[in-house]
Design a protein around this ligand. Structure first.
Ligand SMILES: Cc1ncc(COP(=O)(O)O)c(C=O)c1O
Length: 343
């Protein structure tokens, strides 16, 4: 049975060409700043993201934790959209590693400048935690791959800047946001002090993320990466895969978006599915199961028996993600299986 794995865009395996790039990578000890491939990746991404400097990290989770440690002090408060990865999928790391508390505003992962400003704790009163950071996730994972409206991003970040509040962009899927919005990664990252991007998702690399920002912030991030145990040695093997992904898999993300759209439209035709097609803007399809339909765990188990792998995101919420390793035909076949299972 062919398995169509729609659990995540992280399940991709390096292509033959990416493996060849990894095999040919020039490497050195990154802790001495001597890994040529990592240096090249950092310089390339700093330019792509319009920042002074960049730092490779092993994972997106570590990039988020390091950003929080660089931009906040223990006891500070961070404002994010609902169900931000940093609060929901990092097993309490924001609290344990950075000592911050997260306040969620808005709905579906996005929020307005008014939502943000209303949530800022009054300054100067010792009973309140200081609000020192605003974070935006673009695209938003649990929000179903939503692209954050850039005009709103700019308003939020301007309001933060006026109040001396730092700005962090969790852009693990910023590549998708750029393709979907037609704006460059640098434009999307411009209002932020630090931006995180991932290479292990839509770009198809086996691992690695990166933080970009000013030289001073990246120097601090380097220290925190080491403190968290994320300083590695011949990381050029990963960097070569990331460079290959940037060169060969970035523009093709549009195909993943079209496949996700087709899947969402197929599902929307079923009475058992509740989905807002307007939220399907990139490669993630999050849908709810109507009352009377099987719950998420049941649907996921039945789909698995038919060779379609999905993620149960909540009791009645399911996520499907398109990526490099699933073709349009496979996504269509998965959609047909789900329609059949849902009646
Ligand atoms: C928005 C977002 N940020 C951060 C991460 C963490 O990345 P990693 O799995 O590399 O730790 C993810 C992973 O799915 C994500 O979706």
């Amino acid at each position: 049975m062919t398995v169509i794995d729609l659990r995540s865009d992280t399940v991709t395996r390096p292509t033959a060409a990416m493996r060849a790039a990894i095999a040919a990578a020039a490497v050195g000890d990154e802790q001495y700043g001597e890994d040529p491939s990592t240096n090249e990746l950092q310089a390339r991404c700093a330019e792509l993201l319009g920042k002074e400097a960049a730092l490779w990290l092993p994972s997106g989770t570590m990039a988020n934790q390091v950003a929080l440690r660089v931009l906040c002090r223990p006891g500070d408060e961070v404002i994010t959209g609902r169900e931000a990865h940093a609060g929901w999928h990092e097993t309490g790391g924001a609290a344990a590693n950075a000592g911050v508390q997260i306040v969620e505003v808005g709905s579906g992962g996005v929020y307005t400048c008014e939502d943000f400003v209303a949530a800022i704790k009054p300054a100067g009163l010792p009973v309140f935690p200081p609000t020192t950071l605003v974070q935006i996730e673009n695209t938003h994972n649990r929000g179903g791959g939503l692209v954050f409206d850039q005009a709103e991003v700019e308003r939020i970040c301007a309001a933060a800047r006026e109040r001396g509040i730092a700005r962090f962009l969790d852009g693990a899927r910023l590549w998708n946001a750029a393709v979907a919005s037609g704006r460059s990664e640098a434009e999307l990252a411009a209002p932020f002090d630090l931006v995180a991007v991932a290479f292990s998702k839509g770009l198809g690399a086996p691992g690695g993320s990166l933080l970009a920002g000013s030289k001073a912030l990246i120097a601090l991030a380097n220290r925190h990466r080491r403190m968290l145990g994320g300083a590695m040695r011949q990381t050029g093997l990963y960097a070569a895969a990331a460079l290959h992904g940037i060169d060969h898999h970035r523009t093709r993300l549009a195909e993943d978006h079209a496949n996700a759209r087709a899947l969402a439209e197929a599902l929307a035709g079923s009475a058992a599915v509740q989905i807002d097609l307007a939220t399907v803007q990139t490669n993630i399809v999050v849908f709810r199961l109507s009352p009377g339909a099987p719950d998420a765990a049941t649907l996921v188990a039945r789909a698995r028996e038919r060779g379609v792998l999905l993620n149960a995101f909540a009791a009645r919420t399911v996520r499907a993600v398109t990526h490099l390793d699933v073709s349009a035909a496979e996504v269509a076949a998965a959609g047909a299986v789900l329609r059949e299972l849902l009646g």
